[in-house]
Design a protein around this ligand. Structure first.
Ligand code: ADP
Ligand code: NA
Length: 350
């Protein structure tokens, strides 16, 4: 069996928001006590949309500071940025040759981000999932905590692992590099694990507070309703009070949230921030008006997010400390990456 290992990453583009926190960072922190974890700032990924960034190194430090401020311990986890470990790009190239163009063309994120003028999107944007598969499989990670938007990319990662394992099955077993694992009913042996996504809880897809049918996203600069981790208490409260809702009171049971995207979103956010199931939120607030619920949600969000904001500022004031964390994490990640790639070279015959 593969050793249990968690890997995840966040791009250094734009402000981190509540969706990133609940879908990713908060989960990273929850996992650090039970799993061995590697958390990456995926700076190479941020080149796919725009190659030229004014302050990429600063943005990278900002994400690292958010990791630390959210409670990730740099001693317990490996925290680093992707560009420090060149094997990410090397394995991604090999995966480009494993994956099929059709697999990439089917990715909904590519279709969304490339828009109508697909011929003019960067080749990197199309190949993004190969690099993501490389991030994960370079460490032979078994679990990846992410938001729901990444589910399709995780499935592609499994497809790449499986095709590599199949294409090279003879060499893998001749070299003795196969690891036994369960695939459906069967037990098979492979070099790369079939990584499982960890997409759980009440806020796997936080929606915009302006439009309950759109994902809260870093990449929509026009959405002023977005709650950023850099917001102060006043901004957080104001944005929650202004959140779009329907005119009805909260339903008496969780089933009553169906077809009410704004209510469902706010209840999910409350539940995730409080660390309780949605039923518990409904048993307290069911039947009450949004004019009661929103101030309670605003207080809770401020209570949870304001300390992170303060800690982010404190950590960011010491860029040398953040660089030290990334350097140390990069060395630890690099040693593992080198060991994997040595075996990959032997398997391929490079
Ligand atoms: P974004 O989608 O905001 O540009 P990233 O692609 O860097 O941000 O995503 C970083 C992490 O945050 C990923 O695990 C992603 O699934 C998660 N995430 C992003 N947006 C949301 C959201 N609205 N709700 C829940 N999780 C999210
Ligand atoms: Na995303």
């Amino acid at each position: 069996e593969f050793k249990q290992l968690v890997f995840s990453g966040v791009q250094p583009t734009g402000n981190l928001h509540l969706g990133n926190y609940l879908g990713a960072l908060q989960k990273f922190v929850a996992l650090q006590d039970t799993y061995e974890c590697i958390y990456c700032v995926v700076d190479l990924h941020s080149l796919t949309a725009t190659l030229v960034h004014d302050d990429l190194a600063d943005q990278t430090r900002g994400i690292a500071a958010a990791y630390l401020a959210s409670g990730l311990d740099p001693k317990k986890n490996i925290i680093f940025n992707q560009a420090r470990v060149p094997q990410h790009a090397e394995l991604a190239w090999i995966f480009n040759c494993v994956a099929r163009i059709g697999w990439m063309n089917r990715m909904t994120q590519f279709k969304d981000k490339a828009g109508k003028d697909r011929e003019n999107a960067s080749l990197g944007l199309l190949a993004y999932p190969s690099l993501m598969a490389s991030d994960i499989l370079l460490y032979r990670a078994t679990h990846v905590p992410v938001g729901e938007d990444q589910k399709q990319h995780l499935e592609l990662t499994r497809d790449i692992a499986q095709k590599f394992n199949n294409d090279f099955s003879k060499r893998i077993s001749a070299l003795g590099y196969g690891v036994e694992m369960e695939v459906g009913e069967e037990r098979v042996s492979g070099f790369f694990p079939l990584t499982e996504p960890l997409i759980e809880g009440p806020a796997t897809r936080v929606m915009s507070l302006r439009d309950g049918t759109k994902k809260m996203s870093k990449s929509d600069p026009s959405d002023l309703s977005r709650i950023n981790l850099s917001d102060d208490a006043d901004a957080i409260s104001r944005k929650i009070r202004k959140a779009k809702t329907d005119p009805n009171p909260l339903p008496g049971d969780v089933e009553g949230l169906a077809g009410r995207p704004e209510a469902e979103n706010l209840v999910g956010i409350y539940a995730a921030l409080a660390g309780v199931p949605r039923d518990q939120v409904i048993s307290e607030y069911g039947g009450r008006q949004f004019s009661d619920f929103k101030p309670a949600l605003a207080d809770l969000a401020v209570e949870k997010l304001a300390p992170i904001n303060a800690e982010m500022r404190r950590i960011s004031a010491d860029p040398a400390y953040v660089d030290g964390v990334l350097r140390d994490g990069g060395e630890r990640a690099g040693a593992r990456a080198e060991a994997t790639m040595k075996q990959v070279h032997e398997i391929i015959g490079l």
